[in-house]
Design a protein around this ligand. Sequence first.
Ligand SMILES: [Zn+2]
Length: 304
Amino acid sequence: MRVKVLGSAAGGGIPQWNCGCPNCVRVRQKSHQGTSRTQAQLAVTADGESWFLLNASPDLRQQILATPELDPAAGKRGSPIVGVVLTSADVDAVVGLLHMREFHPFQIYSTSGVRRILTETNSMFRVLERSKPPVEWRDLPSGKETPLELSSGLACSAIALEGEYPDYVDASLRKTLPKDQAVIGLVVTCGGKKMLFAPGLPGKSSAWKAQAASSDLVFLDSTFWSDDELVAIRGSGKTAREMGHPPLFGGGGLIDELRLDTRPRKVAIHVNNTNPILDEESAERREMQKAGWEIARDGMEFVL
Ligand SMILES: [Zn+2]
């Protein structure tokens, strides 16, 4: 299995168009020890030929263009991308589907709750039905391994993570959606190897921890360093936990949660532009590295 990080930042990327936080300012000035990053996005393949995207970020067009493996074959219309697996209906996870509207048939795996949001009340996504055959939606049931059909050997299972459906979802539809289908983590397996992708870790569910401990590679929600990170910068607003992201640092933070594990390889992804770990010379970055974490950056590749 090959895994490519097409994007590594949280919503907005870094620099974010309307953000003047210290990290964003210094990236614009090119005085930051770190790099710009697009919004979180993975691509995975078993055979190097057919690729599945994990989520579809708002930066997807730019991310595909930056990845030669995803180029169409010369002289042909088409794409090595055969499908997409979605972890939620968050704008950051689904807007990229609209970049894939150029009459290209592919499969989308998601919970039925996420599928209903995108197909029943957000009619713009019907643009995907124009391909021949139309884009095919497949339900991803929780806890059951589902083969990704067009992938030559990848399988995927969903871990329910207890989050909320996005604010934009119609109140009437929201009432009918199963709560445990709002946010999932994805376990992707291939040839005895296992990878976990959870760019959001809301709720108190710890089901993902057992999966992480038995994985070879994990990409986990590393949005904020501290619980009050945004409040400290903006002077008001929600804490990290109130936004559905456990902070990395402090009691109950992600570093402590996985500190004793020597396996798996741990990669911080979905990093918000305010997070001090993006500065390669920061004490927080060193703390992460000491605890055995790598910080995802766009273009990274992993082979399992
Ligand atoms: Zn910023």
